[in-house]
Design a protein around this ligand. Structure first.
Ligand code: HEC
Length: 104
């Protein structure tokens, strides 16, 4: 019985670690290439000072929540489309994971 409880606890902990970055980086990269390159530099090592900000800079200066919420609700003075209205939540998670993966 005790062993079972430890196994369940391990699964629960493992599950919460996965929940922190629930998106798929590879899918996010594909989406970024298709929908974001018209305006953003989406590459690893993108510059800090650029407008609109490079994804690498966003990765350095924003946390996961901030990134996700700005994809859903772009800053009011941006001409960025509201991707939350046209994408699945999974896709926004994938994009968030892709951007976070650029933080090196
Ligand atoms: C039509 C141009 C355009 C497209 C396409 C676009 N963006 Fe943006 N985005 C902007 C602009 C402009 C800003 C800067 C807003 C500001 O002034 O702070 C921005 C800001 C952002 C921010 C917030 C940056 C910050 O300050 O933290 C995120 C995150 C972001 N974009 C993600 C995306 C993603 C993901 C895509 C593709 C799905 C995308 N953008 C496509 C124009 C665009």
């Amino acid at each position: 019985m005790r062993i079972i409880i430890w196994v369940l606890a391990g699964l629960a902990l493992g599950g919460s670690a996965v929940a922190q970055s629930k998106g798929d980086v590879v899918k996010g990269g594909r989406l970024a290439k298709e929908y974001c390159t018209a305006c953003h530099n989406i590459d690893l090592g993108g510059p800090d000072k650029e407008y609109p900000p490079s994804f690498a800079a966003i990765a350095r200066f924003r946390d996961e929540q901030q990134i996700r919420s700005r994809i859903y609700f772009p800053p009011y003075h941006a001409n960025m489309p509201e991707f939350g209205a046209i994408m699945w939540p999974d896709e926004v998670d994938d994009l968030t994971a892709y951007i976070q993966a650029l933080d090196r």
